[in-house]
Design a protein around this ligand. Structure first.
Ligand code: SF4
Length: 88
């Protein structure tokens, strides 16, 4: 059995569609962590190169230590923002 549920979130890291991956940087001693949205893909020429390969998803944010601090739900989030009236 499956059920549709609605969540109120303010950060993409709380969303089941977020994806996190390490990013390649010019300095091999540095690292960044990217947070991506699996609901939004980008064209091949706009993909981000990560340790796992080319990431086809749109990046929400990136930071070297705490990307979750900056992963506020963006304006372009494709999820509905309003809940339809429920059937009683
Ligand atoms: S942008 Fe929206 S759908 Fe994408 S990860 Fe963030 S909250 Fe989830």
């Amino acid at each position: 059995m499956s059920k549709t549920v609605y969540l109120e979130i303010d950060n993409c890291t709380k969303c089941p569609y977020h994806w996190t991956d390490d990013l390649l940087t010019a300095d091999s001693f540095e690292h960044d962590i990217g947070i991506f949205c699996k609901k939004v893909t980008v064209p091949e020429n706009e993909t981000t190169i990560t340790y796992s390969g080319r990431c086809p998803y749109k990046m929400v944010t990136a930071d070297d230590w705490h990307p979750e601090r900056y992963a506020l739900v963006p304006d372009w989030c494709p999820l509905p923002t309003e809940i339809s009236p429920t059937k009683e």
